[in-house]
Ligand binder design. Structure first.
Ligand code: FES
Length: 146
């Protein structure tokens, strides 16, 4: 009797562990696919692709490669995204449209429209990304100053 109970419990444990293992493997195999999509395509804060045909093209903000960026059109089909993360200590820079620069509210660093430092304490330029239009989405082509 004791042997049969032990056998029943062992079988239950084996089935439970197998189901858990398959569940974890299934979840793990899906995760990289989603993160690859979000890293190379400009998304909104919910991780959804930004559709250029439905977005005012002079004020695009989004997320690329896990970083918040401001995007502007360079020429036909070419776009530039600039990270809003200050290279001094990581505060969010703000676009000063009047002066066409990025200003950091924390310690006063300033960057020109291309992300180059024009006022310390920051020493490194803002991270920039070159993007291309692809089926009404913006796709990462190259990262600079990373
Ligand atoms: S964090 Fe931006 S200037 Fe210090």
């Amino acid at each position: 009797m004791i042997r049969r109970t032990f056998l029943d419990k062992s079988i239950s444990v084996i089935f439970g562990l197998t189901a858990t293992l398959f569940g974890l493997l299934g979840f793990a195999s899906l995760a990289p696919i989603n993160s690859k999509i979000s890293k190379k395509i400009l998304t909104n804060s919910n991780g959804q692709k930004i559709d250029l045909s439905k977005t005012p093209q002079n004020s695009i903000q989004g997320f690329l490669n896990g970083k918040q960026v401001l995007v502007k059109k360079e020429s036909k089909g070419n776009w530039k995204a600039i990270s809003t993360k200050c290279t001094h200590l990581g505060c969010s820079v703000k676009l000063n449209e009047k002066r066409n620069i990025f200003s950091c509210p924390c310690h006063g660093a300033e960057f020109d429209e291309n992300g180059t430092v024009i006022r310390k304490p920051a020493n490194k330029p803002l991270e920039t990304f070159l993007l291309k239009e692809q089926k009404n989405n913006l796709v990462l082509v190259e990262t600079k100053n990373a």
